[in-house]
Design a protein around this ligand. Structure first.
Ligand SMILES: Nc1ncnc2c1ncn2[C@@H]1O[C@H](COP(=O)(O)OP(=O)(O)OP(=O)(O)O)[C@@H](O)[C@H]1O
Ligand SMILES: [Mg+2]
Length: 455
């Protein structure tokens, strides 16, 4: 199982957090333990005080009742004191808290029953009263002994507990903190090294590609985290780059070949034809025979036409105007030379002056020139338009070439069994990373072809 980058980053802090929560739980448990013992100590203290109060009240009550029975008479003050003392005694017994061994023994309930028997209103005989007081005080003293014993034991244990608690808490806290730090560092170190290794490998691949070494970097089969996504993206980017560079090289090679053929035609065929033309011209100048003269002049005309055709072919193969005048002027020259005629649709050309200042490389200029010519030729061939506009302009950082006609329009472009023209346009645009589109034109009918290129 592979852990995602997010999980790897969160693992170390999560481990530290879990350990700290465990430490907190331990401290909470220790506190509960201590507070339970404190509650017991409090109950013992309360019982101890209540026992003393009850014993004192019982003793005084006993003495008072005895003296009253001796004299055989009781003043109202003495009667009020008797009931007050009994109330105090009863109240003190009510405050006895059961703890430890007293909880189960039933001694407290026994004392309560005995206290009820001591009620002065219910015990008319002196011997019976004396006996009840004796039993009551014996029971009290038994509880008192147990309480005393527990009080002492608890006091000792409490001091020991506090010492142990402080020691244990300090030891556990230190151990957990050290464990948390060591574990956190180990986990963070291990996973950050793994992440770093993967990032370094990706960055090495990216640098290699940027340096022009177009080798396809490895890509994972399944995407599990963000770095896998990055690796797959770099892989796809490289594939596309290899394609684009391949197409660009192919086009460059083809252009170079066309230039070479144009030069060969110029230097060889054109110069041969010119030599023949000059020979014919001198023959015409020398001849006096009218029929021969007519024939040589006709041949001269045909040869001049053939030379003009050859120049057209050469220009088509390699437009020299592009090298000499630049892109805008080359398009303009081509339009004037081939598409300015009465039987052809009227055109309007706008070349943004800023385009002339752009330092477009030869490959881009040639691609743009050939794309423009093909789009114009398509208007002439297919659109049956009466008018079209050719614009080459720069908007912010984007060069826009558009050819827009008012013809019949172009429909279902994707399914159209198109000729080579549209495919060539797409290929050339791809090679220079330009985008092309065909949309309805701003005229009431027709097509707008648009190319955009980020400079
Ligand atoms: N401006 C346009 N108006 C109307 N239809 C167009 C326009 N441009 C292209 N088309 C249509 O798209 C089709 C494909 O054009 P494409 O340039 O690929 O081939 P083609 O011009 O017929 O042949 P090729 O360019 O190879 O000489 C054309 O046949 C035409 O029907
Ligand atoms: Mg075409």
């Amino acid at each position: 199982m592979r852990i995602t980058v997010k999980q790897q980053v969160l693992l170390a802090p999560a481990t530290i957090l879990v350990l700290l929560i465990l430490l907190l739980a331990f401290m909470q448990y220790t506190y509960w333990d201590l507070s339970a013992k404190r509650q017991e100590a409090k109950a013992i203290g309360t019982t101890f005080v209540a026992l003393a109060e009850a014993d004192m009240a019982a003793r005084r009550l006993h003495l008072l009742l005895r003296s009253m029975q001796h004299t055989g008479m009781a003043s109202p003050e003495e009667m009020a004191l008797v009931s007050d003392l009994y109330e105090r005694l009863f109240d003190a017994i009510g405050r006895l808290k059961p703890f430890g061994p007293l909880k189960e023994s039933g001694q407290i309930s026994r004392v309560l029953t005995l206290a009820e028997e001591l009620n002065p209103a219910d015990s008319p005989r002196l011997e019976k009263t004396a006996e009840s007081f004796a039993r009551f005080r014996t029971e009290l003293s038994a509880i008192s002994n147990i309480t005393q014993f527990h009080r002492n034991r608890l006091r000792l244990a409490h001091e020991q507990d506090i010492h142990q608690l402080v020691e244990r808490t300090a030891l556990v806290s230190m151990s957990v903190l050290i464990l948390a730090i060591v574990l956190g560092l180990l986990i963070a170190g291990y996973f950050s090294r793994r992440i770093l290794n993967r990032i370094q490998s990706l960055s090495r691949n990216a640098v290699r590609i940027a340096d022009g070494k177009l080798e396809l970097p490895p890509a994972p089969d399944h995407i599990r985290d963000e770095l896998d996504t990055l690796a797959v993206s770099i892989n796809r980017m490289t594939k596309r780059l290899i394609q684009v560079v391949g197409t660009e090289k192919l086009l460059e090679g083809a252009e170079e070949e066309r230039r070479r053929i144009a030069m060969d035609l110029h230097d060889q065929s054109l110069s041969d034809l010119s030599t023949i033309l000059r020979g014919l011209q001198s023959l015409s100048a020398e001849t006096v025979d009218k029929t021969v003269l007519a024939k040589t002049e006709k041949l001269e005309e045909e040869l001049e036409r053939a030379i003009a055709n050859l120049r057209d072919i050469m220009n088509n193969l390699h437009p020299q105007t592009l090298d000499i005048l630049g892109l805008g002027a080359a398009i303009e020259a081509h339009l004037e030379q081939y598409f300015y005629a009465d039987n052809l649709p009227e055109y309007h050309l706008y070349i943004d002056p800023q385009v002339g200042h752009l330092n477009l490389d030869r490959v881009k200029q040639l691609a743009l020139y050939r794309i423009a010519i093909e789009a114009i030729q398509n208007v002439i061939k297919h659109a049956t338009a009466s008018r079209y506009e050719v614009n080459l302009e720069l908007r912010e950082e984007v060069l826009i070439l558009s050819v827009e006609d008012n013809g019949k329009g172009i429909s279902d472009l994707d399914n159209r069994d198109s000729g080579r023209g549209l495919n060539n346009i797409r290929e050339r645009a791809k090679a220079i990373t330009a985008k092309v589109s065909w949309k309805p034109s701003r005229f009431s009918t027709g097509t707008r072809f648009e190319l955009t290129l980020h400079i």
